[in-house]
Ligand binder design. Structure first.
Ligand code: NDP
Length: 300
């Protein structure tokens, strides 16, 4: 079998198009422009790239983009004051504090100081609790993107056996919760899971969020299963020349694609969906704040 490739890049472009349409309607019918604020502390190069590309795409879909760049030695008090001012700003509907924060700052404290209604990353403890109890919440962007692709591919996920590999708060746990809310039978595997290959081989849907290059091979995959590869790992690529690198997922693409029914590539799979879902969450937050109907298909 050769798997269907789930094209995250094309899917993300479609989601951004839906967001842009909704933003245009909000402006025209209600005079409202959704606003997203991103707070970056320090000069981590990867974070700077993410923040730049988030800002660019926010503007492209017609929303207002605000960036707060703070020095690496910013005090917790000053950071909390910035978050407070954004919480109180009626033109800002989504707030994202780029993680990781420098070591002297308490991430939990900072994230939980964001107004839960503006917490477009879905990391605030209130949103975690709402998601865990199956209530309307802001949903973390990467798992939301995975869910959208799975729903699009399968239609209903009800009754499917799903294995999520990884139990982080930002990907693994919310992913498992979303699949459970969609009536999958969910197993969460992690570094202590025994006979992990056998566990994964029972899955109709595999979501790999581990951070280990090409760990999951075709032998782990049940024929016809859907494989969602969240991992982004940079490895040496001597075949491209000395000192060159390339990106790979947590799944060994070629061997998994031989067995799976459908698979997301890396790059071009889950990655582009994450920012698209951030924009979707911002327009959702804006609609909720104004008591307006939420865009269909852009929330869990
Ligand atoms: P974390 O490091 O926070 O979590 C990794 C998880 O994998 C942990 O639960 C860990 O288990 C588990 N794990 C580690 N080694 C093994 C193993 N040998 N067997 C089984 N499980 C193992 O990572 P994140 O969740 O933040 O990210 C995971 C991957 O997804 C990374 O590659 C990251 O770059 C990528 N990512 C991609 C995004 C995107 O937009 N596409 C967004 C976010 C992340 P334990 O808890 O027992 O230690």
């Amino acid at each position: 079998m050769t798997a269907t490739v789930i094209d995250g890049k094309a899917f993300a472009a479609k989601v951004r198009g839906q967001v842009a349409d909704h933003v245009a309607r909000l402006k025209e019918a209600h005079g409202i422009t959704p606003g997203l604020a991103v707070v970056l502390v320090g000069e981590d190069p990867a974070s700077q790239v993410y923040v730049r590309s988030k800002g660019k795409m926010t503007v492209e879909v017609g929303m207002k983009s605000v960036e707060h760049k703070l020095d690496a030695d910013t005090s917790e008090e000053d950071l909390l004051a910035v978050v407070k001012s954004l919480n109180e700003d009626p033109e800002i509907h989504g707030i994202l504090v780029q993680l990781p924060l420098p070591g002297h700052l308490n991430e939990d404290l900072v994230i939980n100081s964001i107004d839960p209604a503006k917490d477009v990353d879905g990391f605030h403890i209130s949103n975690v609790g709402l998601l865990g109890t199956g209530q309307k919440s802001m949903v973390p962007c990467t798992p939301l993107g995975c869910l959208m692709m799975l729903r699009d591919h399968h239609g209903s996920l009800s009754g499917l056996n799903a294995v999520v590999i990884g139990r982080s708060n930002i990907v693994g746990k919310p992913m498992a919760q979303l699949l459970l809310n969609d009536s999958c039978t969910v197993t969460i595997a992690h570094s202590r899971t025994k006979d992990i290959q056998d566990v994964v081989r029972g899955a109709d849907v595999v979501v790999a969020a581990v951070g280990r290059p090409e760990m999951v091979t075709g032998e782990w995959i049940k024929p016809g299963a859907t494989v969602i590869d969240v991992g982004i790992n940079r490895i040496d690529a001597p075949e491209k020349g000395e000192g060159k690198t390339r990106l790979v997922g947590d799944c060994h693409y070629d061997s998994c694609a031989e067995v799976a029914g459908a698979i997301t590539p890396v790059p071009g799979g889950v990655g582009p969906m994450t920012i698209a879902c951030l924009l979707a969450n911002t327009v959702t937050a804006c609609c909720r704040a104004n008591g307006l109907a939420e865009p269909e298909g852009l929330t869990a």
